[in-house]
Design a protein. Structure first.
Length: 264
């Protein structure tokens, strides 16, 4: 019996197994694939399925390492856009990709197995504030949705051990869970960011987290709206623009195919 072909991709170290199927994989299968000791190893599986809407090239279904299904993934979408360009043999291409958060437009500039991808990420929406006292420290989080939920604090970046405890605690307190972002200013229009992702844990990078953070910074007056911001994550930098007034967002960053293989 033939196995399932897959491609391993990464966007700033946020890594994914990409498969082409008609629908989502079984939750247990996803967990097995993402296991870094007994499987391929990944932050999630990206299923490239047939398009849902007119004019779309494909649908991206995101499945986290724990088998849960988030609405959207910015780094993952860059990887899917590169995957489509490779399949189509295009060095420059524009695609509309359907997601659980709606269709997203992608522009790919490819060189072999690597690419720079610009994505229209949709409108950022404020969902209020969330305050918490944790281990003797008060934190205030700005809640922003960019198709999936985020909670961002400007209190600086604590130690990673604190993030690994505080991230899941904040996520548990918000119905449906949330990604959690810790941001610190680096320089003019430059910010450092560490993200704890719902369903995955702390990751090297998070595209939607960078976008939500840029929107929160702009709304709070910590950064200009309408200008490009450089968001530095552990895996590298992403470029984000949040339009003044509409809060429409754009994300630019890299994607790279690492290797291909076959799942039994």
């Amino acid at each position: 019996m033939a196995g399932v072909r897959f491609d391993k991709y990464e966007g700033l170290g946020n890594d994914f197994v990409v498969v082409e199927e008609r629908g989502p994989l079984d939750e247990r299968r996803v967990v097995e694939i993402c296991d870094r000791h007994f499987g391929v190893g990944a932050d999630g599986v990206l299923v490239v399925a047939p398009p849902r809407s007119a004019g779309a090239r494909a649908t991206m279904i995101v499945e986290n390492a724990d088998g849960s299904r988030p609405e959207m993934c910015g780094n993952g979408l860059r990887c899917v856009a590169l995957h489509l360009a490779r399949r189509d043999g295009e060095d420059r291409a524009e695609y509309v990709v359907d997601t659980d958060a709606g269709p997203r437009r992608c522009a790919v500039e490819r060189q072999g197995d690597a690419a720079s991808v610009l994505i229209d990420m949709g409108r950022a929406v404020s969902a209020g504030e969330h305050r918490v006292s944790f281990e003797g420290t008060e934190y205030q989080f700005s809640r922003i949705s960019v198709g999936n939920p985020h909670a961002i604090t400007f209190s600086g970046i604590p130690g990673l051990a604190v993030i690994d405890r505080l991230g899941p605690e904040i996520s548990r307190q918000i119905p449906g869970g949330t990604n959690v972002e810790f941001v610190a200013a680096r320089g003019p229009r430059q910010f450092d960011l560490v993200v704890w992702e719902r369903g995955v844990g702390r990751t090297m990078a998070c595209g939607t987290g960078a976008v939500a953070t840029a929107a929160a910074l702009g709304l709070a007056g910590h950064a200009p709206l309408g200008e490009s911001l450089e968001i530095h994550l552990p895996g590298g930098a992403l470029e984000v623009t949040v339009a003044s007034g509409t809060l429409e967002t754009r994300l630019r960053g890299p994607a790279r195919r690492v290797f291909s293989g076959e799942l039994p």
